[in-house]
Design a protein around this ligand. Structure first.
Ligand code: GLY
Length: 369
């Protein structure tokens, strides 16, 4: 079984195909979308070794002239030198305005190759082929592309929508379990922000999810993409409602930054950030405490950290203030009113932020990795 969702953006609308064993059909899907005749597959060295050959063969089987370029796996590749390497590979492969870049990999590759596609010859087609759960449910959909600077993450970038997203759920079988669980944090987020039924389903099927049940994974990835596609349709460039996708991210981003990017995976930091946001929601919007407890139980069952990390609170506060400055100081916390309904742009007094942090430091829960 496969499922298909559309990101409705008028002339720039695009399909998301989700299901097992789709990678060998990449070429056929590209042919349907009437791509130009040349493609460059951008991947990292780990993913390329596993799937680069299958992707290339599939593209060649429909007559596309295809080249491959790889960057080292990991966040440091979201930077200037690997980007220039991709431009050179594109020139060597003779990519023209009608050609495409295929981003085959997780979030780093998707953002990096996406930005290369947005800027090479002022923009060529982009096909996102996410191979991590996080990329399938979040970063490959919605058009955020970019690279980091030494001064901070995602400081250079563009909103640039792909022409197609193809998520082969069979590739999740080779994803390290810790990364798989980190991706699930974003799925839980969709339950909190938009779909109490999805939240219930995650609670009821945790063992099956952790055992990589194909049909179930396809369902939850489809529903996650559908929610994200609706939000992006309503607010492509994050002028308003798209901010709800940042539930748990205000503290989560600060945790990643203060811990030096590497101690926690993005989804792990977001799990802690969601617990904090839920506690704030109890105080500010009367979010039921029993639902925060459900959130904590679910995250723990999905092997995600739920207690506040052992990091300097003043440093975390400073990082959150800095994050606010980047967005013009206008975006506050995303808080939950009930499971499935949130409000964005909630400005909160520092005294409340401090108090909730202190209350959640010593709950006796298991510590984060
Ligand atoms: N990852 C949040 C967004 O795409 O807006």
């Amino acid at each position: 079984m496969t499922c298909k969702r559309i990101v409705e953006l008028g002339a720039r609308a695009y399909p998301i195909h989700i299901g097992p064993d789709l990678l060998p059909k990449l070429g056929a899907h590209c042919a349907e979308e009437k791509m130009g005749s040349k493609t460059l597959i951008v991947s990292d060295d780990h993913v390329d070794a596993l799937y680069g050959g299958v992707a290339e063969e599939s593209l060649r089987s429909v007559g596309l002239v295809t080249a491959r370029v790889t960057v080292p796996a990991g966040e440091p590749s979201k930077s200037h030198d690997p980007l220039i390497r991709i431009y050179h590979a594109a020139l060597d492969a003779g990519l023209e305005r009608s050609s495409s870049i295929v981003a085959l990999g997780g979030g780093v590759v998707g953002d990096l190759a996406g930005f290369a596609a947005a800027t090479y010859l002022r923009g060529i087609r982009l096909i996102q082929v996410p191979t991590s759960l996080l990329a399938m449910v979040d970063s490959a959909v919605g058009g955020k592309t970019g690279i980091n600077l030494p001064q901070g993450k995602n400081l250079i970038g563009a909103f640039y929508q792909p022409s197609m997203v193809l998520a082969d759920t069979a590739t999740l079988r080779t994803l390290p379990p810790r990364e798989f669980c980190a991706g699930l944090a974003e799925v839980v987020k969709y339950g909190v922000i938009a779909d109490a039924g999805l939240f219930d389903a995650l609670e009821g099927k945790t063992p099956e999810i952790l055992m990589n049940d194909d049909a179930l994974l396809e369902d939850i990835i489809c529903r996650s993409c559908e929610i994200k596609a609706d939000v992006v349709r309503d607010d492509e460039r994050e002028g308003g409602v798209r901010a709800i996708l940042n539930f748990g991210h205000t503290l989560g981003h600060a945790i990643e930054q203060v811990s030096g990017y590497g101690r926690y995976l993005h989804g792990e930091a977001i799990a802690m950030g969601m617990v904090y946001a839920a506690r704030l929601s109890e105080r500010e919007l009367a979010f039921p405490a029993k639902d925060t407890e459900r959130l904590i139980r679910l995250l723990k069952a999905l092997r995600l950290p739920v207690t506040m990390p052992d990091l300097s609170w003043p440093a975390l506060m400073e990082a959150m203030r800095h994050d606010k400055k980047k967005t013009g100081g206008t975006v506050g916390f995303v808080l939950a009113q009930s499971l499935g309904a949130v409000r964005f742009g909630c400005a909160l007094p520092e005294t409340l932020l401090n108090e909730v942090w202190e209350q959640n430091r010593d709950t006796g829960e298991s510590r984060a990795p």
